[in-house]
Design a protein around this ligand. Sequence first.
Ligand SMILES: Nc1nc2c(c(=O)[nH]1)N[C@H]1C(S)=C(S)[C@@H](COP(=O)(O)OP(=O)(O)OC[C@H]3O[C@@H](n4cnc5c(N)ncnc54)[C@H](O)[C@@H]3O)O[C@H]1N2
Ligand code: MOO
Length: 440
Amino acid sequence: MSNAAPRPADPEHLWSVEEHLEDILATVRPLDPIELNLLDAQGCVLVEDVTVAVSLPPFDNSSMDGYAVRVADVAGASEEFPAVLEVVGDIAAGGPGSLRVGPGQAARIMTGAPLPPGAEAVVPVEWTDGGLGGGPVTRMPAHSLAPEAAGGQVQVHRAAAARAHVRAEGSDVRAGDRALDAGTVLGPPQIALLAAIGRGTVRVRPRPRVVVLSTGSELVQPDEALADGQIYDSNSFALTACARDAGAIAYRVGAVPDDAETLRSTIEDQLVRADLMVTTGGVSVGAYDVVKEALAHVGDEDEPGGGVEFRKLAMQPGKPQGFGSVGPDHTPLLALPGNPVSSYVSFELFVRPAIRTLMGLDDVHRPRIQATLVTDTALTSPKGRRQFLRGTVADGSVRPVGGAGSHLVAALAQADALIVVPEDVESVEPGTEVEVVLLG
Ligand SMILES: Nc1nc2c(c(=O)[nH]1)N[C@H]1C(S)=C(S)[C@@H](COP(=O)(O)OP(=O)(O)OC[C@H]3O[C@@H](n4cnc5c(N)ncnc54)[C@H](O)[C@@H]3O)O[C@H]1N2
Ligand code: MOO
């Protein structure tokens, strides 16, 4: 983590969404590249140009099950006047093969098997009698049931042009070609290509390891019994899922009680496996808001740049936020508000871009569209705060779901979008074009 961008000096400054995001993105740096096995590199950004070592296909091979022939031997062949050829043997995929096809000869060949010397084309088995002496066949008999079909004679019913049904060496990519450029995000097709050209490992930026930690003495693990005043911890589950969805390797730490020392030592214990830490709760103005107590300006005097700064943002939900770094490696830490919708929205707006920046991705934000607001009554929004309301999007329209309350998890579970109401707008009429963040 490098030093942060210049921060507003006034501690009462109300930060805009952009200012907070810029501060985070100016601080978080892409992780150093490492060599990973192909499947571990899925979703990661390649940092090397990959050159093809072995042409693909590596040799001329058949694209059909059939017979490898010489063009002149089948010229003018028809069902009425078939070309009759001597079958010199079978060529199956995978074998080196020592067969040669001379004049008047054919080799039975399987899809993917190397074209034997002397042969110029492949005729599919459907264009032949399959060596059975009758009309056209639809398939080859299994070798185990009819070993004699690898010899004898075959009648070919159609002519074949040179190279017909032959996949040429290097026709996909050639040795020395550029297979993938640095900067490519490795999805399944790119992993297919790397494997096909024989690359078992690649150099990529790794997935960040994100530790998610919720705070609150009222929190109980799902499946356990609730005592008076207790609630289930949903934030640590939601945000661990969010972190995975953003591309991270996420570790969920169970809820930590409202005790500053316990929280500090838990964070210290977790640092070893964290590229980024996320906490929820304890950032408001209550007497038990221990995240603030535990983390505010804990920076070691000998380690400039450390410490977490708490601030208020001009947004709803998500007004109280903390951002900074902890530990000897200055591991970035985002302290999100405890209300479940507030922590979720904060994650989408701030933590997701941070994770994707650590991964070295260019595209770090959720996509946004304009949509027509469909609602019975006008939406209201507090002056001076950018509101992110939950909604559902379809066919260019967006409908709000649930209200503005940041405790409404059931409505959040219905939503696939956030409706953005700007700071200077206090009322939005039905039919208005609004900005919408697509949650994917
Ligand atoms: N006097 C004021 N009170 C509050 C203000 C304010 O400006 N002045 N801001 C409000 C806003 S806005 C928010 S957001 C919250 C943020 O509070 P905290 O971050 O300190 O969060 P907690 O107090 O710990 O929890 C808030 C709420 O969320 C529930 N919660 C917490 N963690 C979880 C979890 N892991 N799973 C499910 N639910 C959780 C918690 O029980 C509380 O109900 O402060 C307002 N107050
Ligand atoms: O701003 Mo708080 O984050 O709504 O409920």
